[in-house]
Design a protein around this ligand. Structure first.
Ligand SMILES: [Zn+2]
Length: 49
């Protein structure tokens, strides 16, 4: 089975800074605090499709 990858996009500027391997059993949308180099600070990142 191919591993699905999802991108995490900054909720402030919208740039896709991270890609992660998606778990097959996850149920809710991912929201993670990560560093955005465009904003220069930690922001909330959400998964995109
Ligand atoms: Zn940003």
């Amino acid at each position: 089975m191919a591993q699905r990858k999802i991108a995490l996009a900054c909720s402030v500027c919208g740039s896709r800074n991270y890609t992660i391997a998606a778990s097959a059993t996850r149920t809710q949308r991912l929201e993670v605090k990560k560093f955005c180099k465009h904003c220069g600070k930690y922001t909330l990142h959400r998964e995109t499709r």
